[in-house]
Design a protein. Sequence first.
Length: 74
Amino acid sequence: MFILTDEVIESTISSTSGLIVATVAEKTNLSVKDVSERFLDSKTFALLRNKDTGYYWDSIAELIDMFTAELKLT
């Protein structure tokens, strides 16, 4: 039986963050370092790392779209 523990959530957040950064860097031709810095300061990451929101379990494509839209505003 799968149990959603803090360890599983933290691992999911970490993996999802890495995938978002890598995908957005590839799509935008920005460096991984630049995208990573922007992502860590983003509203998208704040929502993702907040365990109460459940974003860690949402669609990664939606999170990528959310972050990409956020990048265009800054």
